[in-house]
Design a protein around this ligand. Structure first.
Ligand SMILES: Nc1ncnc2c1ncn2[C@@H]1O[C@H](COP(=O)(O)OP(=O)(O)OP(=O)(O)O)[C@@H](O)[C@H]1O
Length: 335
């Protein structure tokens, strides 16, 4: 393998890159700030700080959407700048291992990397659920009947793995962003206040899903729509739970649907191993209990669940025996 190897998880809300050189996972908001005449003026966490605050001539947006690349030019520019800022020395000839989400075409990421002008040596892909399984510390080549539920920003990916492959996999377009939207909509309806996405995200992350909890609350600033003025408002955990219950129900329903379709031989293993919840929304208070109650299956807690895929990519790069789980796009293979 080349000295420079990177494992990339191009998430919709944050990009996580493992660098072999420093043996570190770097994570930043997957956001770019574009000024009309100057092009990209900021990226990552710096661009996120400008989000919802920038003047009209600066466009701040996510170059990824629902697991796939929405703006290839800016994703490439971001990637290049990101790698240059986090690595020393020459990037030429680097090798990339990329997590491929369910239902996303493999060539999307190969084209992305090849167009960065980095003259990469090789682009290998691995199914994102398989990478997540490795990141959990499982030997996915041996393990049978492992159920993974990855709840990210735009999508939830539910997969059953067995012997290194994906037996079933389903991607639904529900994740943290839809949950944030549901909170903002409920506050608009109930209180007549407009709040930004960042505020809705704070409420979700701090209060989670705690139906009946009227003790815990959070004060936020919104715009009173009747007066047109900013004002403070107290939101309880119970209010947030009611606001997000429909979104969580779609996630639970999709999990149950996959379980219904799972062959009983694998079902036994899933009951024994429990369900593995990964992705940033796995941090949501109460989500594990909700899934456990609805399925009667234990849900396993995972450390830093949003980095699980990147940890798996690190194992692919460092542990040779997992190399066989990767593949190349057809275009590359025929070159
Ligand atoms: N403590 C928390 N409670 C609830 N949600 C959280 C918490 N911390 C982070 N999140 C949410 O996790 C999501 C980001 O997760 P992750 O990094 O796995 O997504 P992604 O990989 O960028 O998205 P996708 O998988 O859809 O491409 C965001 O919606 C964020 O608000």
């Amino acid at each position: 393998m080349s000295a420079q190897s990177f494992g990339c998880d191009f998430g919709t809300s944050s990009i996580k890159i493992y660098s072999k050189e420093s043996d570190t996972i770097y994570s930043e908001k997957n956001m770019v700030a574009i000024e009309e005449k100057k092009g990209m003026i900021a990226y990552g966490d710096e661009a996120f700080d400008m989000h919802e605050k920038a003047p009209a001539n600066i466009d701040v947006f996510y170059p990824m959407s629902f697991g796939t690349v929405a703006s290839i030019t800016y994703m490439q520019e971001f990637l290049r700048a990101f790698l240059e800022s986090h690595t020393k020395g020459n990037l030429k000839g680097a090798e990339f291992v990329i997590a491929l989400p369910t239902d996303v075409q493999d060539r999307v990421f190969t084209t992305l990397i090849q167009g960065t002008g980095l003259k990469s040596k090789n682009v290998a892909l691995i199914d994102k659920p398989v990478a997540a399984g490795l990141g959990l510390g499982l030997d996915v080549t041996q393990a049978q009947g492992v159920m993974l539920v990855d709840v990210g920003a735009d999508t939830t990916e539910i997969s059953i793995l067995s012997l290194g492959g994906t037996v079933t996999s389903k991607l639904i377009k529900v994740g943290g962003n839809k949950i944030d939207e549901a909170i903002a909509n409920a506050i608009r309806r109930e209180y007549g206040y407009f709040i930004g996405n960042k505020t809705a995200e704070i409420l979700k992350n701090e209060l989670g899903y705690q139906p009946g909890n009227t003790t815990d609350s959070r004060e936020i600033c919104g715009r009173n729509m009747a007066l047109g003025l900013p004002a403070m408002l107290e939101i309880t955990a119970d209010f947030v739970a009611n606001a997000i219950s429909e979104q969580l129900k779609s996630i639970v329903d999709a999990i149950k649907m996959i379980l219904e379709r799972t062959p009983p031989e694998l079902g036994v293993d899933i009951i024994r191993n429990g369900i593995f919840l990964t992705g940033g929304v796995a941090n949501l208070t109460g989500l594990d209990d909700l899934i456990a109650k609805a399925t009667n299956i234990r849900v396993n807690q995972v450390e830093r669940p949003e980095e699980c895929v990147a940890r798996g990519l690190a194992r692919v790069i460092k542990e040779k025996e997992f190399r066989s789980l990767t593949f190349a796009t057809k275009e590359q293979a025929y070159n």
